[in-house]
Design a protein around this ligand. Structure first.
Ligand code: M6R
Length: 616
């Protein structure tokens, strides 16, 4: 969703801010702007639309100076337009904001009663007014003025503020929205030693300049200058927040010759599976080491997985795996439903929050609610130090590297890999899996990167299938057992990137409604892999065939029956049933990708979508 970047140092700020904002483009946005302090005052330039529009504006109205803030906006209050774009200015204050002010109506009318006029329809502009009022009282201490201004605000925020009378200063504040400080200089140097520092809502924005970051906590405010940073907690006490080193390489966030990030990330999956397994497979002991995780499995009575979107699909697959391999009951809940339905949490419950970004507002709130009700907690996240990782008692990281494409691909396969490891970890400790079975599963997991590489070899075949069906109005995806979450994920990918309507169904549900849709125009993607559900899926596909529907089937190498039944068939290597979803997802990602390319959509940043949904 919205992105923030700030820079104070000795270089021209505008190009650095633009570069940082470009690295945040993947999060989705509809307008952008920068505010740069030229030594005397702050100049703001904003534009509706893509960053190229902002760049054009900056060409016409250049801003110079070595301290500034920038923002990409994803509209929540007020339509996408230049006047609603950030930064917002009031008097000498300029502010950018990610998040939502919940009590904005009350605050706005109070400010209007005091004679204040608003230039935008946004809730964020309220910050500029409140801060201006406080600066009038605490003029010499901008950070304190910001902290006081936040006092009566309810909601979520990551904000950066600059002020005409405070050249070289940026004040940052965080509450339930990600914000980090980036330290210029070498690892062992004092913070700010070489005279520049950064602020960003996402590490990607500053990765090419620094890998040394300091996470702000909820309630923190910070003063950032080229000489250093000072952080204050919610009580106003100055605190030391620890520094961490980001080991994602800046190159990982580049396209490296691929036409789109989505295609690059699909191709990274063999390596991502290896990275997620690295150091966790203990073949000698027939065990899994989840970074020293100790869950006291004996006392676990029920697991509840909380997630949204693609991560929720991974959670559904996790249910099948954990119930099958560990025999612990698992519920999978959409985080947005869990948090509001007065959930029942009992002794012996463990919630598992799954999130690529670690910043999804609903997942974070559901996790917090579960913990408040007494559940134990584990997070499976990709982004180290993210809010969800920090809000959980235990965390295991998926090591997928930065995922830039809005449509999640490699994060999903890394989540599935991690959930398989977790299921084996639990199965060993509940005594349901013996050593021989664990070794077979671990060998299967270790062979997956090679199988995934072979599946990626079917790129050309998927292009042909995509071309044949690109004009279909709707798609139906059918799967059973572990094929069901794969069907849901395949349908979601197609919807997201190609804007074609697609439904994922448990194939047993076909006759309970969706079969009414089947005619000669409807492509049906059937996940018919070898295993216990195979015959049933095949008979559902026969029912589709009998009504003239077109069948695209995923089968297992050596299956001649499915090849005879389907119009198009993609054969996958034979692997253990619990490992099938990892391979079966890849052709469906490719199908969605190629249809999107043929239709000419914005593959990496599909319309209306944001990479990380930090508002509910
Ligand atoms: O970062 P998270 O895994 O928590 O994100 C959850 C969903 O917003 C995300 O998976 C979304 O559905 C993607 N656009 C799927 O491609």
């Amino acid at each position: 969703m919205c992105g923030i970047v700030g820079y104070t140092g000795h270089h021209e700020a505008a190009p650095l801010l633009l570069e940082g904002l470009r690295r945040l483009e993947y999060r989705g946005y509809d307008s952008a702007g920068v505010a740069v302090h030229d030594g005397k005052a702050t100049r703001i330039v904003r534009a509706e639309g893509k960053l190229s529009r902002l760049e054009e504006q900056l060409g016409k109205t250049p801003v110079t100076g070595s301290c500034g803030i920038g923002h990409t906006r994803w509209a929540t209050h007020g339509r996408p337009s230049e006047h609603n774009a950030h930064p917002h200015r009031q008097g000498k204050v300029s502010v950018v904001h990610n998040g939502i002010i919940e009590n904005h109506l009350q605050l706005r009318s109070r400010l209007q009663e005091q004679g204040r006029r608003f230039d935008s329809d946004t809730d964020s502009e309220i910050f500029a007014h409140l801060i201006e009022q406080e600066v009038e009282r605490h003029g010499s201490d901008l950070r304190l003025a910001v902290a006081r201004a936040l006092d009566g605000v309810k909601g979520t925020w990551a904000i950066c503020v600059v002020h005409d009378d405070h050249p070289g200063e940026i004040v940052a504040a965080r509450n339930n929205a990600p914000l980090l400080l980036g330290l210029g200089g070498e690892a062992n140097a004092a913070p700010g030693a070489d005279g520049e520092n950064f602020v960003a809502s996402d590490v990607a924005a500053m990765l090419s300049h620094t890998r040394r970051v300091v996470d702000l906590f909820d309630g923190d405010t910070a003063l950032v200058t080229r000489r250093g940073i000072s952080v204050f907690d919610a009580e106003g006490e100055q605190v030391q927040r620890s520094e961490r080193y980001i080991d994602w390489s800046p190159v990982a966030a580049e396209k490296q010759g691929y036409r789109h990030f989505m295609l690059k990330e699909i191709h990274e999956q063999p390596r991502v599976i290896s990275d997620t397994l690295a150091g966790r497979v203990e073949m000698d002991r027939a065990d899994v080491n989840l970074d020293g995780l100790d869950l006291s499995v004996g006392s676990l009575k029920r697991l509840t997985i909380l997630a949204c979107g693609t991560s929720w699909h991974a959670g559904l697959a996790g249910k099948y795996m954990i119930e099958q391999l560990a025999r612990i009951p698992v519920e999978v809940d959409l985080a947005s439903e869990f948090r509001y339905r007065d959930p029942i949490v009992k002794d012996g419950d463990l919630v598992i929050a799954i999130s690529q970004s670690g910043e999804t507002a609903d997942t974070l709130a559901a996790l917090q609610e579960a913990r408040r009700l007494g559940a134990r907690s584990l997070a499976i996240c990709n982004v180290v130090g993210s809010s969800i990782a920090r809000a959980s008692e235990h965390v295991i990281y998926t090591h997928a590297g930065p995922e830039i494409s809005v449509a999640s691909t490699k994060a999903f396969t890394s989540q599935l890999t991690m959930l398989t490891l977790l299921a084996i970890y639990l199965g060993k400790r509940t005594g349901h899996l013996d050593e021989a079975r664990i070794r077979t599963l671990l060998e299967g997991l270790s062979a997956l990167p090679e199988h995934a590489t072979n599946v990626l070899g079917q790129l050309a075949a998927m292009q042909v299938v995509a071309r044949r069906y690109m004009n279909a109005r709707d798609f139906l995806y059918l799967g059973r057992g572990l094929g069901y979450p794969v069907a849901l994920e395949g349908a979601l990918k197609l919807k997201e990137v190609s804007y074609v309507h697609a439904e994922g169904y448990a194939s047993g549900e076909l006759k309970h409604g969706p079969i009414a849709l089947v005619d000669e125009e409807l492509p049906v993607v059937g996940i018919a892999l070898a295993g216990p559900g195979y015959d049933k899926v095949v008979s559902n596909l026969e029912e589709v065939r009998a009504r003239g529907g077109k069948i695209i089937a995923l089968g297992t190498v050596g299956d001649s029956h499915i090849a005879g039944l389907a119009d198009d068939v993609i054969l996958l290597p034979s692997v253990n049933e619990v490992l099938q979803p990892i391979l079966a997802t890849i052709p469906l990602q490719l199908l969605a990708y190629h249809i999107a390319v043929l239709k000419g959509t914005d593959v990496d940043q599909p319309r209306n979508l944001a990479k990380s949904v930090t508002v509910e």
